[in-house]
Structures are given as C-alpha cells and as structure tokens.
Design a binder for this molecule. Sequence first.
Ligand code: C2E
Ligand code: MG
Ligand code: MG
Length: 584
Amino acid sequence: MNTLAPPALPGGVEDGLYELALEACPQALTLVDVRDPLQPLVYVNQAFELLTGYPRAEALGRNCDFLQGPATNAVAARRLRQAIEGGERAMVTLQSYRKDGSAFAGELLLEPIGDHRGTVTHFVGLLADVSERDRRRGDGAAAPRRRDPRRGRAMLDDRIEQSLVRARTVGTQGALFLIELGSGGDPALADDELAHSRFYEVAGAIGEAVPEAGTSLTCLDDDRLALLLDPAPTPLQVAGIARRVHAAIGSRLARRRDGTSCHLGIALAPADGDSAQQLRLAARRALDRARLRAPSGDVAFFADALDAQLVHLRGMEHDLAAALAGDAFDLAYQPVVELDSGRLVGFEALLRWNHAQRGAVAPDDFIPVAEATGLAAALDDWVLDHALTQLARFDAVGGGALRLHVNIGTGRLETPDFAAVLRHRLAQHGIAAGRVELEFTERRLGAGAPATPGRLRALREQGVTLAIDDFGTGSSNLYHLTQLPIDALKIDLSTTHGAPRSAAAASVARMICELGRTLGLDVVVEGIETAAQLAHFRRLGCPKGQGFLFSPPLDAAAALALVATGRPLGGPAPARRRRAGAAA
Ligand code: C2E
Ligand code: MG
Ligand code: MG
C-alpha cells in the first residue's frame, strides 16, 4: 500500500510537475476518498474527462457508480465494493457508460493509499476502455457502442451557452474549433469500429496538444469533433493552438496510413455569434473555407481579418523557419551602464532579422509569430548560443567582468528541457552562469502558469540571474510577481520616458525603485534618451540603465570595439553625489 506520508521527492523535480504529470497521463486516473461514507471522487484527470465525456465539475464529489448502468455486471460491481471496504487492491471490468449514453467495457485497476498509520484513506484508480480487446476476444463484455449525434450537439450547445454567459458577465472570450476528419476515400472507414478507433486516436492527440485548462472536447459523430477553449487566449495564440491541434491530429492520422484528411474551422465567442447555433454555424463556415483552401487539410478562421492574418502568419512561419535554417538572424548588443559613472557593465542581446523581401523586421513583429508557431524555442536557443559566443569574444579584449542579458520567451521557459539546455550551453562556451541574466517579460510571467516558479528556480539554481522585463506594463498581480524567484526588475521605457514630465509615471518609477530596494533586487532603467531622464533616475538611486543616450544597440564588431576601449559611455557628467564622494 502507498502511504500519505510526504514522499521523498527525487531531486530536480520542480514544483507542480507531479500535478502536471497526472494531468498529462494518457490513461484515465481517479482518486476516491474512502473516509467519506459517500466515497466521492476527489480528483479525475483530463484523460478521464475524454474517456467518459464527463467534465470534472460533474464528476467530482460523486460516487463513481454514476458510470454504471443497467447492463453493469452486478457480480463485478459487488467485487469492487468488497475490495474498497477491505482496503484491497482490485481489478474489475465493468460495463460502463459515457455521458452521452454510449457503453464501453471499463477495466478499473484500484490501488489503496494509506495514511502514516496504515489506514486506507483513498484509492487511486486507472480506468481503461477495453471494449476493442474484449470484442476481439469475443467475450462480448462490451455492448455495441451507440453514439447519438443529437446528444453530442446538445452537450456542445450547453457548453457554448455557458461560455457566452461568461463572456457577457466577465468579458472572457471563447474559441470553438470544429474538427472534421475526411475519409480519404478509404472504404474501410465505413466500418463503424474502425471509425470509432480512429476517433479515439484523434481525441488522444487533441488531449496531448491542448494541455491548457478550460478546454472541452465533444464528439459530434465519428467524423467531427468540437473543441471549446474557454477562456481562450488572444486570436494569434488561438491560431497557434489550432495549428498545434491540426499538426498533432495530422501526425496521428499519418500513422494510420489510410489517407484521412483533417480540416479545422474556428469561431470566436462572442465576436462571431451570440448564440450556440450562430457560433456552430460560424465554425462550420470556417470549416468550409479550410476545405476549399486545401482539400488535403487546413485551418481557417470565420472572421475574414483573422483568417487573412492566419495566412500571413503561415507565410511568416515559413520564412522564419527558413531564416533559422539559413542562419539569417543577427544579434545587436545594447550597452548596459552604471548610471552614476557611465561605466559599461554588460550588454543586452537583441535579435535582428533582415528579411530578403521585407527588409528589417522588428522583433516585436516576428517574435509573437515565432511563439504562436512553435519556432520560439529554437530561436531562443539560437540567441543564447550566439550571445554566449560573443561574450567569450568580449573576454578576449578585456571584457571579462561584463554581464550578458538575454531575452527568453516564456514558451521556452515552459519547455521542460530548457534548464538542461542552458547548463549545457554555459559549459560548452566556458561561461560562468553568474555572468548571464535571463529576461522574461512581465506580461508573460504575470500569466501565472503553475509550473513557472519551479522552472525559474531550476534556472536560478544554476547561478544565472533572472529579470522581469518591461516591468510596470503588464497590469499583473504585483504580489504574485514579487513571489517569483527573481533578481532584477527592468523599468519599461514607457515609464522611463514619462517619469520626468508625468506625475503618474514618476510615481510608478519611484514605486519600482522602492520595490527593488526593499526586496533587494537590481533595477535596470530601459530606454534612457535624455539628460532629464537620466537625472531623474539617478535621483531615485537606480543603479543601472541602457538607452540611446548612452548607446543604441550595436552590431557585434562595434560592441567588441567598445569593450576594447574600456571607456565609460556618453551621457552628461557623472552625478554630483558621486563626484563629491570621489573628492572626499
Ligand atoms: P526589450 O527586451 O525590452 O528590449 C528593449 C527594446 O528597446 C529594444 O527594442 C531596444 O532596441 C529598444 N531600445 C533601447 N534603447 C532605447 C531607447 O533609448 N529608446 C527607445 N525608444 N528604444 C530603445 P527591440 O530590439 O526592437 O526589441 C523589442 C523587444 O523584442 C525586446 O524588448 C524584447 O522583448 C524582444 N526581443 C528582442 N530580442 C529578443 C530575443 O532575442 N528573444 C526574445 N524572446 N525576445 C527578444
Ligand atoms: Mg529585454
Ligand atoms: Mg523591455
């Protein structure tokens, strides 16, 4: 028996990873509390929701006998009850029922969990659909599946209406994906069981591709599924998710080699309709558009402007991938200086892309595209690699004390291998971790993904420092941000530019500097362009800054030349206070 005593966690496992693992587990998982006479379900994972069609809100708090129905084997059900009462492990196969009324042979493996005194308090259960296996064995345990498309549609409408209510009351946005699987002309798919197994493969692929909370999948029939995201992120991110889902289904279908195609139409709530029926219709139109555009499979939005953006995105994605493969990016290095003395203390690496047709594309234009299309991680690794190479070059001309600031997208932070990649790259370039500061924008960190603190901690344990970039622009929960394991705040240039003339910006600037002092964080002022701005932040006691007043971002050769001179950078004469100190 397992016990509830705190397990000895293997080193290196970050906060929240166990919960994520349970959610990601491809098999339906349940946790039952047997201290309560009702023996309610206290946890089910996403695979359970997919398998049974019951969203967790409807399953939790109930005894799991709601999965049983008229044809459930009474002997097996009794065996299950006895095992629970006796605190024993059990494995039974029960005729079970999904929310839409269809039956499946549910094989349930139950394992008791005890507290430190050995009293059984919970059972963890693994539920699997073994209908197919039983059918092949010919033991007839599973009743033929009946799927009523009207029930699926009614369930979907219910969810859409709930989403619309939330949109009206709290201003969220929902996204409806209508997914259609074409037969690819394979007559074998007329076979109900084959189509059924294909449906489950596809549902599994979708579950893996969209781990975000607040998603629900409904089966409309064996060829069409609906996925509702509520709340949905920005349309650009919705497009990214849609492409991820489409690619995941595509690769799953490719394994079947039956020529099945997949089309996906997207409608947004409430923008594309204010009733379930209108939204379904909008998604249907989008689906038609996808089918028209590419018979072999595609994704389309209902709204014309968003759809045009999607097509543009695809062009950009293609160009970005080619640029990455062809090493067509460059890095610029903007000096970071000590505000009092103008002494060079480091550089921020800034990505540059010179597109063959479009010319210079601003990072603010292509980085969101990279993030929506899954290229961001490779791009961040490219930046890290090249910036570390450059830091080693600075060392060779006397820049051994300089630090390097590298911007990292949170997409990269969320990939579990980033800490290992960073460790490897630092070792490869022979750079001490303490010389590298990773910058994450406030907007992204403020989104509060559950794994973020653990991931940040794993990076920091290596010795790199972490900064919140564009601080003061994300309207995120300040307390939450200060709880993250960070070392520095970067004041966004909108605050920098406003501070000398606007009382509001000045008080934000003062508050950030005060916050930095109180929490022992470094503060870097971005975008200093004028002597008045510099004077303002010197008065506030901010230690570091960067901006055109000192230097614009420089190409690698100019940055190297600057390091070699070792001279302090521009700006007006050093602060009075400092001079007085030096004279004393
Ligand atoms: P950021 O990290 O806040 O970078 C500062 C931006 O301000 C840079 O814009 C820089 O060129 C600009 N800047 C510096 N000094 C001044 C000034 O005195 N006045 C004004 N008006 N602007 C100044 P850039 O290079 O266009 O980068 C924009 C943003 O794109 C960056 O903001 C960062 O969030 C992102 N970015 C840039 N490079 C990378 C990268 O390698 N990876 C990732 N993930 N993001 C990057
Ligand atoms: Mg930055
Ligand atoms: Mg910034």
